[in-house]
Design a protein around this ligand. Structure first.
Ligand SMILES: [Zn+2]
Length: 271
């Protein structure tokens, strides 16, 4: 059994502010240790439940957050930034399940902790339904027939994920009370819950369906600032809907995620 773990930092236990998710501070150092502990808990539980191979994608920021020497020796880690496909590097049909750790709510979510979708300046929709990073990554994995078997994050992100991933076990790491605030439980308790749910997820694995979509996919993109809207028009295939909204038609989820990355890079770029 091969398990793929994709990990982000915003949804980790105790993380409530961008000052904890990057930079040279003790706040970041503390957060990356908890990030590592949560990943370790999931990997150990997966191995004890029969996983033979585990890939961990250090997905947050520059991909250099994880303290790898404390992880079980079976684990392989995908590290670094500017990788060819970032969120789904090396994810293929040979994996039995995908675990999404530390997720956060979509851009514009009132009450979600550090809500964004690759960029806080963009909102995305697929066939008119709002999607966040977790929805998009679940569909990319689904195209390769890999189901999302476990998800963790703040209470708001879990509420959102429940719509598209109703049969996936979830762990709430903290209860959101604002975009930079949450009621947090003890970090060891979060690890305990992750361990228990990971074992349960592996027992349930055959009953969890991959998230799938077929045929041409309509991707909607909305920019928060009209000044950034002309950048989106540089992308071939773009149709402007109104001052700040655009549409693309994609033939598969790889095209969708590449466009999502392209748009996010363009709006975040400094010229
Ligand atoms: Zn992140």
């Amino acid at each position: 059994m091969k398990i793929y773990v994709i990990a982000d930092m915003e949804g980790i236990g105790g993380v409530v502010s961008p000052s904890q998710t990057g930079g040279e501070s003790w706040l970041y150092e503390g957060a990356r240790l908890q990030y590592t502990r949560e990943i370790k808990a999931v990997c150990e539980a997966a191995i004890s439940a029969g996983a033979e191979e585990i890939y961990v994608n250090d997905f947050h920021g520059n991909g250099l957050n994880l303290v790898t020497d404390t992880l079980p020796r079976e684990v392989m880690v995908i590290k670094g930034g500017f990788r060819p496909t970032s969120g789904y590097d090396l994810l293929d049909e040979t994996f039995t399940g995908l675990v999404m750790l530390g997720i956060h709510a979509r851009t514009g979510t009132n009450g979600g902790v550090i809500p964004h979708t690759y960029s806080g300046k963009l909102m995305f929709e697929i066939f008119g339904q709002p999607v966040g990073e977790f929805d998009i990554l679940a569909l990319v994995a689904g195209e390769k027939k890999v189901p999302v078997i476990l998800i963790s994050g703040d209470s708001k992100s879990l509420e959102q994920a429940g719509t598209n991933l109703p049969s996936t076990p979830g762990v709430i790491t903290k209860y959101s009370i604002g975009t930079e605030g949450a009621l947090c439980m003890h970090p060891d308790r979060v690890c305990e819950l992750l361990r228990d749910e990971m074992k349960r997820a592996i027992r349930l694995i055959d009953s969890i369906e991959p998230a799938q979509i077929s045929g041409a996919i309509q991707l909607g993109v909305k920019v928060a600032d009209v000044c950034l809207s002309s950048r989106i028009e540089w992308i071939p295939g773009c149709r402007r809907v109104d001052n700040t909204s655009f549409e693309f038609t994609c033939s598969n989820m790889t095209e969708v995620i590449n466009l999502v990355y392209g748009c996010s890079t363009l709006v975040e770029a400094k010229f």
